[in-house]
Design a protein around this ligand. Structure first.
Ligand SMILES: Cc1cc2nc3c(=O)[nH]c(=O)nc-3n(C[C@H](O)[C@H](O)[C@H](O)COP(=O)(O)OP(=O)(O)OC[C@H]3O[C@@H](n4cnc5c(N)ncnc54)[C@H](O)[C@@H]3O)c2cc1C
Length: 425
């Protein structure tokens, strides 16, 4: 058993509100026999689909292999928040890498957001984009740092973040649980599965040959093998993210799977978010939420680190929701689901060349809607011989998890539980 098989029916989307709300895309066939392409891609999430689309637009014959359905993984299950910059803020990045590299990382993050918006517009993807994410301090002692960061981003990066106090948060989000934070009006949110399926449609229309229910069981150089066939290619793209498992030890020792959970309420008569923005707080296990166009609250929170999702996801997430919106303690929940993302030691993504013609990007650490989409574009550039930007990302330190591929999970559970406990205390 592994994360590709532990929690879901083979070839079926999870019971998410997204799956219920998104018009189905007709299934693509499984791979049977031998096929040849310039580029073989493993994984049909944002990384793989964006790489496929950008490569096809450059004229490359591409085959994409997906173990279940396109958008089945994190890309079809996430919180839909399209954040600015990188997962680490500019203070952290400047301290770690100096101003020049930190600015380059900021600009790539901005390009990532712009790429998402440009793809939505160019391919007419109906995925409910809306502007604005509020980032909320969960303790009064954090607030000064939030406001100082907003001031600094305006001064040093020309990027306007709007400081919020408790009344500002209540006005935008209808909750009194936070002392303040800031609003990022240039960030946004979308319906994640609709975005993934829109990318798949566009890729298929551009000539990408997609095979679903085609799990890659082995890689040999740039050849990918499933139980029923194989794809021989000049380039191979590993875009399996949290599900990489045994396909690459080099990636698996740097990228750790982690499960995270979301609920959707029934449509609410009095939806709490008048502004239509999304929100995320500063807890170690982040709470994040937004409203659907039909006035459901879509609320994410809670993590687990093994293969299995908890039996009662709704109960677990409801506890967190109730702390933020006590009035919704009894709101009926229509959908509850889990997903597997991938985190890294320093929360920056891992872009790697795994051999001649073998490219990999993963470990977006909860910041992948934009960054995974950009990663696909940078992979396409690299395959086309313009690897400068891919190699810049690959030059980041990419530490391995302590304990190697065997002990890293138990050690991570200990560390994460300690930080989460500190938040609760
Ligand atoms: C609950 C949750 C909430 C999140 N919220 C946010 C958010 O609000 N904002 C944000 O920016 N990010 C968020 N993320 C993270 C974001 O979803 C991911 O970073 C992003 O989707 C990664 O895309 P990907 O294509 O790399 O991986 P995935 O979408 O996971 O795609 C990998 C695909 O590869 C396939 N695959 C794996 N192994 C094989 C194999 N051997 N053969 C064939 N196919 C294979 C899988 O089936 C899967 O479809 C969240 C993630 C989760 C789980």
């Amino acid at each position: 058993m592994d994360l590709l098989t532990a929690n879901d029916r083979p070839g079926e989307y999870p019971p998410s509100w997204y799956a219920a709300a998104t018009p189905e895309l007709a299934p693509f066939p499984p791979l049977a026999g031998e096929e040849r392409a310039d580029v073989a891609i493993i994984g049909g999430g944002y990384t793989g689909l964006s790489a496929a689309l950008h490569l096809a637009e450059r004229g490359y014959p591409v085959i994409l292999l997906e173990a279940h359905r396109v958008g089945w993984g994190a890309s079809g299950r996430n919180g839909g928040q399209v954040g600015s910059g990188q997962r680490q803020d500019q203070d952290w990045l400047e301290a770690a890498f100096g101003r020049t590299r930190a600015r380059a990382l900021w600009e790539l993050g901005e390009e990532a957001k712009a790429t998402v918006r440009e793809l939505i517009a160019r391919h007419a993807i109906a995925c409910d984009w809306r502007d604005g994410i509020a980032y909320l301090a969960h303790k009064p002692s954090h607030l000064a740092a939030y406001h100082a960061y907003a001031e600094r981003m305006a001064r040093d990066y020309g990027y306007p973040l709007q400081p919020l106090d408790a009344a500002g948060v209540a006005g935008l989000l209808g909750t009194e649980a936070y002392p303040g934070g800031y609003l990022d009006p240039g960030a946004g949110h979308l319906q994640p599965l609709a975005f993934a399926l829109g990318l798949a449609r566009a890729a298929s229309a551009a000539g990408v040959r997609i095979f679903e229910q085609s799990r890659v069981v082995a890689i040999d150089g740039t050849t990918a093998r499933t139980d029923r066939g194989r794809v021989v290619a000049d380039h191979l793209v590993l875009a399996a993210n949290g599900y990489v498992g045994g396909l690459s030890r080099e990636v698996a020792s740097r990228v750790m799977p982690l499960n995270n959970f979301i609920i959707a309420t029934e449509p609410l008569a009095r939806p709490p978010i008048p502004s239509g923005i999304a929100a995320a707080d500063s807890r170690f296990v982040v709470n994040y939420w937004r409203q659907s166009p039909d006035n459901r609250l879509i609320f994410g929170g809670g993590e687990s680190y093994g293969h299995r999702f908890p039996r009662d996801i709704a109960a677990r997430v409801r506890r967190a929701l109730t702390r933020v919106y006590p009035d919704l303690a009894d709101a009926p929940v229509s959908h509850a689901w889990g997903g597997t993302l991938a985190i890294t030691v320093d929360r920056l993504p891992v872009f790697r060349r795994l051999g001649k013609g073998v490219w990999s990007a993963s470990g977006y650490s909860g910041h992948g809607v934009a960054m995974a989409t950009l990663a696909g574009k940078l992979i396409a550039e690299a395959v086309a011989g313009e690897a400068g930007r891919f190699d810049f990302m690959a030059s980041l330190p990419q530490p391995t998890f302590p304990g190697g591929s065997l002990l890293r999970a138990p050690l991570l559970v200990l560390a994460m539980s300690w930080y989460a406990l500190r938040d609760r205390l």
